[in-house]
Design a protein around this ligand. Sequence first.
Ligand code: PRP
Ligand code: URA
Length: 209
Amino acid sequence: MENVIESTHPLIQHKISILRDKHTGTNEFRRLVDEIGMLMAYEALKDLPTHMVEIETPIETCMSPMLSGRKLAVVPILRAGLGMSSGILTLVPSAKVGHIGMYRDEETHEPHAYFCKLPESISERLILVTDPMLATGGSAVEAIDFIKKRGGKNIKFMSLIAAPEGIKRLHEAHPDVQIYVGHIDRELNKDAYICPGLGDAGDRIFGTK
Ligand code: PRP
Ligand code: URA
């Protein structure tokens, strides 16, 4: 599917396997989500704009590329998306950070927004929305609706594990958005959890129940 990029990198697949293991504790889980976020961002940000600057090396002067301005906004969907953002900020410390608070109703599985704060000049930025789980796709679609209503145009979405149902819904609602996923799993169960998945990402990152 155009605009859906599934990772095949063995490092990412290896780390996702450890995340899936129910015996992996909070500490290791959090560290791995951070690391996978960084590895995936490396790929997703390959078209960040650059411009040439003059640099004096110890040998001679040359023209060499640098990132252009402060053009990236990382927007985690709270809570679990936060776990992926720190790795990305290690790669691009100058990025601005927005937050979208969203939780899924346990019965209807529909998303409810409770917070939205985006960096200024959002229409001029590349916006990387993060959430480890793309299940029904409801949260991602609504978060991106929010961002577009506030002027966001150049948007990418990044998740660790996705269900085919979520990818379809997000792609149909926002075909312009590139979707980067660590792995596409089999299906959703009746509670709209991803199978085999990794359970509740927010609870596993923050050690809640
Ligand atoms: C989880 C996950 C996504 C959402 C995915 O969040 O982090 O945001 O569910 O499901 P969807 O694709 O069906 O919308 P949750 O609502 O559990 O909130 P939390 O991050 O605060 O735990
Ligand atoms: N949210 C999660 O954290 N996990 C799932 O499998 C689905 C939604």
